[in-house]
Write a protein of this length. Structure first.
Length: 675
């Protein structure tokens, strides 16, 4: 009979707990839970204050405050101080009713918290086990760290791949984000796994979270058991069973990312599988060594390292849109495939983004004129610290030291000298990039320049101001301000560098560009049948001519820095050809939608100028990466014999530029067939 009576009571209890759980666990519910807990604590303190006051605490002010507080806190773990309450109140029905209700309230708060915690732990555990049954041919995406960058990219991967790729977050202590103060209570119970403000942003994303004990950047293991040292055996097993894995190191401190990438690259399982490690760090000479280390492969599954340079990625956004490329700010003679008017740009701020902007404009602003030379080009860069910054810039690009096309000006963007200079140049400028590093100042300068342009009566149809945003918190109001002016002035403002555009699948993993780059390389007619494939070239394979021509990995001790530099240079040029497609098409009045009959109408003059355009781009790209003319091609000394006017090349070398044009057409037509 008692059991039968207990059944409806249990059902009522389950329904009550479910109601309380759903009420308090949702986003707004967590705020309610905190308020509920605070009210319960204050009520408990008041209850015990009254009960203790006549039981002895009245003799001490400190005791009358502290003892009730200790007892009230104890309520949340099921402790009571009933024996210490004055007997007058223990026999009072009203007091004891309040005593029971307040203690029940405290227990409910603790129960909700514990249920929430173990629910998330169980959910994460089950998700981790469930992934063993997911297709192993689907790429595995592992994010070391839970922050804005990783969440933004994970959401875009989910959207781009429609949930077909697996996403894992590794929650670990990182020296750049958390102080190394030893194990604390939060880490002990694993609460750091569930940074609620980030989890809220992951709504709709299929993911799991795994905890790691330690910092990846600090882990070193002679036997290559980095993941096991972090207690990530489950993650190690997942990597073993998946054919492709991407690891993302997206902390803001690049030193930790670099150290983490090196340590991860040494893990035994990473050496056995196809691993791509994406590391957030400036792409300078010292950091690029990490990328080059990955070319010393012991087998074809050794990890690849990809440096994610935020400044470079922000400029890459401009490269990805033909309407933002220099070709859209000139008036090409499409019948001849040349540009006769000038392209004039101003870059304000010569920091990392500013320097990358100048490099981009110099390469993508290379067009042929009627004489087969480079059309008029001018790029000014303004910075109050230009003296210190110019040294590094010219040291990395010595070919530009005597160039009149790039002019570095030492001026404070707030000074009268600067604004007098802008006043005199504004009518001839058609492309301005502002990247000082301060969102408020960047926007202020943009509006002031726009004001000067309007006062001068400038034609806004061929004029844009690109404003780099550096803070996620400022993106919304910057876009709103830009939208206000763009509604009236033909989209004169462009905000770039936003998180939603930086941390995207296309911008970071960039499969389409890599695929097209491989297409460029595979289809060159000057390639011989026994030349290495893209993959063989990437792995630095050498010919083995015993039973026919085959390739094998070159012995690691025989791989030279020249070998590595040569592969990187060639791959980068194929990638650049892919990104330069729209420039060449626009130069002759075509687009990616053009058909075979449109390309068949190209004249010999147009084809020649397209080839010249490719050579100008190729030269500009090499000059920006430090190459100068030399009689011999040397990737260590960075000299190349083809860094000279197109007319001075032999026909054999000119054929390379024609080949790029032919491959561009083939790729466009093949893309139509794929659709």
């Amino acid at each position: 009979m008692r059991i039968i009576l207990m059944i409806p009571l249990l059902l009522i209890a389950v329904l009550l707990i479910r109601f309380i759980f759903s009420y308090f666990i949702k986003e707004q519910g967590r705020i309610r839970l905190r308020l509920y807990a605070l009210i319960t604590l204050i009520s408990g303190w008041t209850l015990y204050y009254v009960g203790f006051f006549f039981g002895g605490t009245s003799q001490s002010l400190l005791a009358s405050v502290v003892r009730p507080l200790i007892a009230a806190i104890g309520m949340f773990v099921g402790n009571t101080a009933y024996q210490e309450i004055c007997s007058t109140y223990t026999t009072n029905p009203t007091y004891m009713t309040l005593f029971a209700v307040i203690h029940l309230s405290a227990i409910l708060v603790s129960a909700i918290f514990v249920i929430n915690f173990f629910w998330k732990r169980s959910k994460s555990y089950l998700q981790g086990k469930w992934w063993y049954f997911l297709p192993s041919d689907a790429p595995l995406n592992i994010f070391f760290g839970l922050n804005e960058q990783s969440i933004t990219l994970a959401r875009d991967i989910q959207k781009e791949k429609q949930g077909k790729e697996h996403i894992i977050f590794i929650d670990l202590t990182n020296s750049s984000d958390e102080q190394k103060e030893g194990l604390n209570l939060s880490q002990l119970f694993g609460f750091s796994n569930y940074h609620q403000e980030y989890i809220n942003q992951l709504a709709g994303v299929n993911y799991t979270i795994k905890s790691a004990f330690g910092n990846l950047s600090d882990m070193e293991s002679e036997d290559g058991n980095i993941l096991e040292l972090l207690h990530l055996r489950t993650v190690k097993k997942l990597i073993e069973r998946h054919s492709q894995t991407r690891c993302f190191l997206l902390y803001e401190q690049e030193d930790d990312n670099i150290k983490s990438a090196i340590n991860l690259m040494q893990d035994a399982v990473c050496k056995e599988k196809q691993i791509d490690i994406y590391c957030l760090a400036r792409k300078n000479k010292e950091n690029s060594v990490v990328e080059k280390m990955a070319y010393l492969k012991q087998k074809d599954t050794h990890p690849n390292i990809h440096l994610l340079d935020i400044a470079n990625l922000s400029i890459q956004q401009l490269k990805n849109h033909v309407e933002y490329q220099p070709i859209s700010f000139v008036s090409p003679n499409t019948k001849k495939g040349v540009v006769e008017n000038s392209f004039n740009a101003l870059v304000i701020g010569f920091g990392e983004t500013g320097r990358d902007a100048v490099r981009y404009l110099y390469e993508f602003g290379a067009f042929p004129n009627l004489e087969g030379r480079r059309s008029p080009f001018k790029c000014y860069a303004v910075d109050k610290q230009i003296d210190q910054l110019a040294g590094s810039f010219y040291n990395n690009s010595p070919a530009l030291l005597d160039s009149k096309e790039i002019e570095l000006l030492k001026m404070d963007e707030q000074s009268m000298d600067f604004w007098r200079w802008v006043d005199g140049q504004i009518l001839m400028l058609n492309y301005i990039i502002i990247a000082i590093g301060n969102d408020k100042k960047d926007m202020q300068i943009a509006i002031d320049i726009l004001d000067k342009a309007m006062k001068k009566g400038k034609d806004m149809s061929n004029f844009k101001i690109f404003i780099r945003t550096y803070s996620k918190e400022n993106e919304s109001w910057m876009k709103e301000m830009a939208h206000f002016y763009n509604q009236k002035l033909q989209d004169v403002f462009v905000i770039f560098g936003t998180y939603e555009e930086l941390y995207t699948y296309k911008n970071i993993i960039d499969e389409d560009t890599l695929r097209q780059a491989k297409e460029f390389y595979a289809g060159y007619t000057f390639k011989k049948k026994d030349d290495p494939t893209w993959e063989q070239r990437h792995l630095i394979c050498e010919k083995e001519e015993q039973d026919g021509v085959s390739y094998r990995l070159k012995e690691r001790e025989k791989v030279t820095l020249d070998d590595i530099n040569a592969v990187i240079r060639k791959e980068n040029q194929d990638i650049a050809n892919s990104r330069h497609i729209d420039t060449k098409l626009t130069l002759v009045g075509l687009s990616r939608k053009s058909k075979k009959e449109d390309f068949d109408k190209l004249t010999d003059e147009q084809k020649k100028n397209l080839a010249i355009c490719e050579h100008l781009r190729w030269c500009a790209s090499h000059e920006m990466t430090g190459y100068v003319w030399g009689e011999k091609d040397d990737n260590l000394r960075k000299t190349h014999s083809c860094l000279k006017p197109w007319q001075d090349l032999t026909k054999d070398y000119q054929a390379y530029d024609y080949q790029v044009m032919d491959r561009t057409i083939d790729i466009i037509l093949n893309a139509h067939e794929d659709k």
